[in-house]
Ligand binder design. Sequence first.
Ligand code: AMP
Length: 282
Amino acid sequence: MIKVVHTVKEVREEVAKWRKEGLSVGFVPTMGYLHEGHQSLIKNAVKDNDRVVVSVFVNPMQFGPTEDLESYPRDLEADTKLCESTGANLVFNPQPEEMYTDGFCSFVDMNGLTKELCGKSRPIHFRGVCTVVSKLFNIVTPDRAYFGQKDAQQLAVIKRMVTDLNTPVEIIGCPIIREEDGLAKSSRNTYLSKEERQAALILSKSIFMGKKLVEDGERDSAKVIKAMTDMINTEPLAKIDYVDVVDFSTIEKTDVIKGETLVAIAVYIGKTRLIDNFIVNV
Ligand code: AMP
């Protein structure tokens, strides 16, 4: 039977029991409203580890003042069922007060990797992500933690953070899971009206087209960006936040596609901001 706990103390007690038995621990941090994207991370964690912890926490610190913290979808019961049927052992669902106690004033922040892409339009986002993920690593003390390539900049940021801070955890990146028609799965897809859901396909369409361009030999970032931008702009409901090409490990813009390169987009469909990307190694 899966256990759902709400306090740091309970997580520590559970993990301590497992450690006594010499069991390995995998960890999947999420904001809940779980779908097959999250489930693929949990599946990988179950495959690699003796015990798996999933956190479900909509972290206020990573939302800007005009963002969707209040309206972010929540369904702990469905999340627990999905975790249990996928083989996870523990769900950690803290209240914000449990994570940010009175007087909280310590943060984990980064000087590089967070200036481009989502860091530009969400200036406090990665400080919130790094702080909460560091806290969760200290609470769960996992051997391995699983992150989706769906949030590619976040994956790069977390990898850099654990290297820089010598956090004893292995970070494992997992591929993007998509709907049958190509749209990357996201808890935020629930915001889309029927018409917007159709319009949102322009993201994956432009991603597949851009990827093909690079696979066919295009190495000029500007040309890939232009082709993808032009395609997205054919959709009247779409408004581009960014279309960019960066080095995947440094998240710095690169004019020429070489080495491990991330091509990432963020596009508003109506009021909903969606992201997608592909990574190539040339
Ligand atoms: P979130 O709940 O949106 O914070 O996501 C929690 C984790 O699930 C992050 O590591 C995401 O990258 C990952 N994730 C979300 N959507 C997908 C997806 N469609 N495919 C793969 N991983 C995903």
